[in-house]
Ligand binder design. Structure first.
Ligand SMILES: NC(=O)c1ccc[n+]([C@@H]2O[C@H](COP(=O)([O-])OP(=O)(O)OC[C@H]3O[C@@H](n4cnc5c(N)ncnc54)[C@H](O)[C@@H]3O)[C@@H](O)[C@H]2O)c1
Length: 285
């Protein structure tokens, strides 16, 4: 057997249309990170089936994608509800038997409950939105991905699942569970041609996390807050999701990439513009 007899990576037919003709389901695909993913994937030729609980943001995304010449359809559903996911799944799979890309993006840290004030109801709420929704959508579309010969699942969790998070250990645990789910599912799915990876956002301006209005007067501190020195945008997340969804990452599976401007790598180190160096002991709050 020569090197040429071994399976090779699929050629990239068009570098400007990395998902050409692929059916991509995006949960929470109306606005924020999911909205940017829907729009960027459509620009790269994907047929977008977005699922969102908010009809107005979903319809806005669909209208924008179509106006730009792309293909998109909105399904209004709550990804925390298994029955609703089955109904949406039936609708999507009736039109496209094979889904090639699934982005599980739905998640929320709100309402933030400190553990001492938390309750079984608040624990369940964190589970439903941050983990159950991911598992439910995966189960809904996985068989169609296998039947179609494979694809890519991209799970959006959080850097807080990849480092210590003091705010709410239940949220942090659910995001860590999502990262672990991605790694574990990847192993059993590799031979079905399905790759599973996760991204862990941080510091990204969205309707859910409004860094801009909460930074008024402290904008100069972005240099200290993020090693890359700036606020993140949904497009920063969408570009990494595109890499993971497309054949660019054909040999990458089971991994979780922090898309965080370097905060996880920084791990307690802060840049001091005054001193022109990093410090692990910022002088002042
Ligand atoms: N923005 C950040 O800095 C940041 C940081 C860490 C993790 N994340 C994670 O990234 C993901 C996206 O976050 P975002 O900031 O873009 O959120 P967002 O709230 O701004 O947008 C979420 C989208 O999902 C939809 N949605 C919400 N609940 C839904 C449900 N139950 N069913 C269907 N659709 C629903 C919303 O309508 C909206 O379109 C989440 O998993 C979040 O936890 C974001």
């Amino acid at each position: 057997m020569t090197a040429f007899d071994y399976p090779q990576p699929a050629p990239i037919a068009d570098w400007n249309r990395l998902l050409d003709g692929r059916v991509a389901v995006v949960t929470g695909g109306g606005t924020g990170i999911g909205g940017s993913i829907s729009r960027l994937f459509a620009q790269h030729g994907a047929i977008i089936e977005l699922i969102d609980i908010d009809a107005s943001v979903a319809e806005e995304a669909v209208a924008e994608i179509r106006a730009a010449g792309g293909s998109a359809r909105a399904h209004i559903a709550d990804c925390r509800e298994w029955d609703q996911m089955q109904t949406v799944g039936d609708t999507i799979l009736a039109d496209h038997p094979y889904v090639q890309v699934l982005v599980n993006n739905v998640g929320d840290y709100r309402p933030l409950e400190r553990f001492r004030k938390s309750s079984p109801d608040s624990w369940k709420a964190m589970y439903d939105i941050n983990f159950f929704a991911m598992v439910a959508a995966t189960k809904t579309f996985l068989e169609s991905m296998i039947a179609g010969g494979g694809g890519s699942i991209v799970n959006v969790h959080s850097v807080e699942g990849m480092r210590g998070y003091p705010g709410d250990p239940i949220y942090g645990a659910m995001k860590a569970a999502s990262a672990k789910f991605s790694t574990d599912l990847a192993l059993s799915m590799g031979r079905n041609g399905i790759r599973v990876n996760g991204i862990g956002p941080d510091l990204t301006q969205t309707p859910q996390v409004d860094y801009i209005s909460t930074s008024v007067g402290s904008e100069h501190l972005w240099e200290a807050w993020a090693p890359v020195g700036r606020l993140g945008w949904p497009e920063d997340q969408a570009r990494v999701a595109l890499f993971l969804a497309s054949d660019l990452s054909a040999f990458v599976t089971g991994h979780n990439i922090p898309v965080d401007g370097g905060t996880k790598a920084g791990a307690g180190w802060f840049y001091s513009p005054n001193e022109e160096r990093f410090t692990n002991r910022p002088k002042g709050l």
